[in-house]
Ligand binder design. Structure first.
Ligand SMILES: C[S@@+](CC[C@H](N)C(=O)[O-])C[C@H]1O[C@@H](n2cnc3c(N)ncnc32)[C@H](O)[C@@H]1O
Length: 239
């Protein structure tokens, strides 16, 4: 087993639209006519490209309090820092095509940054878990990727140095995501971020918690496959 990948902050690092659909096993037609929240959305391009395709999408992230210049600067720095870390931890991230993976992140940041000022305060909302500024059951579909589970501490299967996002934080965050969900909540990753990946140590407690909030929970295959095992499944909660 290689050295564990770990970072001391939550990266402003985002996937592109196609990665989003694949990751959450969604096709565009299934999104039409539904109100969708992406939390956190960071610099992903799901909101920008979804809006262009006339989907009803809103993203939230605490970084949206910052200026576009600061977001672009952080976005580039965090991508570079993540890839530098990946290079220093061989054997941990077995991504098949690293150049494409990196390019997809830069493309997502570019689409996000073109749309951000047009949608600031409308479809880009400055907000953080576990307190979202939305009414109960506001969204038909809530998507949540690469924050919960991912940023648990390294010891608990995430990649964060430090334990600020412990199990208690996760359960509060999930309670809040559930509160704003009208019918369906999808979350990823479900696996630990270290090699060899295994189901995340918070997954069982999170599943039971969502069930106690009235959701039927299943772990389903993800269509996304870049060779990195933690992304093979998603958690789906349905009311
Ligand atoms: C790696 S990005 C995920 C972006 C996107 N969901 C994706 O998968 O491409 C993680 C994001 O979590 C955000 N974040 C940090 N603390 C948060 C909190 N308490 N609640 C919600 N989001 C938070 C960061 O600002 C960052 O943009």
């Amino acid at each position: 087993m290689g050295k564990a990948f770990s970072i001391p902050f939550v990266a402003f690092f985002g996937r592109n639209y196609q990665e989003y659909l694949a990751m959450f096993s969604l096709d565009e037609s299934s999104l039409r006519g539904r109100s969708i929240l992406d939390c956190p959305s960071g610099p992903d391009s799901f909101i920008a490209d979804g809006t262009e395709r006339e989907l009803n999408v809103i993203g939230c992230d605490p970084m949206y309090a910052m200026s576009i210049e600061q977001l672009l600067k952080s976005g580039k720095e965090h991508i570079d820092e993540c890839f530098a870390q990946i290079e220093q931890t061989p054997g941990n991230f077995d991504i098949r095509d690293m150049e494409k993976f990196r390019k997809d992140k830069y493309d997502a940041l570019a689409s996000f940054s073109k749309d951000f000022l047009r949608g600031k305060g409308v479809r880009y909302i400055d907000a953080s878990l576990p307190d979202l500024p939305f009414a109960d059951r506001s969204f038909d579909l809530v998507l949540s990727s690469h924050f919960l589970f991912c940023y648990a501490s390294v010891e608990n299967g995430g990649m964060m140095q430090g334990n600020m996002f412990d199990l208690d934080f996760h359960l509060k965050g999930i309670t809040e995501l559930a509160r704003v969900t009208r019918s369906e909540l999808r979350m990823t990753p479900t696996h630990s971020m270290q090699a060899p990946p295994q189901r995340h140590s918070y997954l069982d407690a999170s599943t039971k918690h969502l069930e106690s909030l009235g959701f039927a929970v299943t772990i389903e295959p993800s269509d996304y496959d870049d060779g990195f095992a933690p992304f093979v499944e998603i958690l789906v909660g349905r009311r």
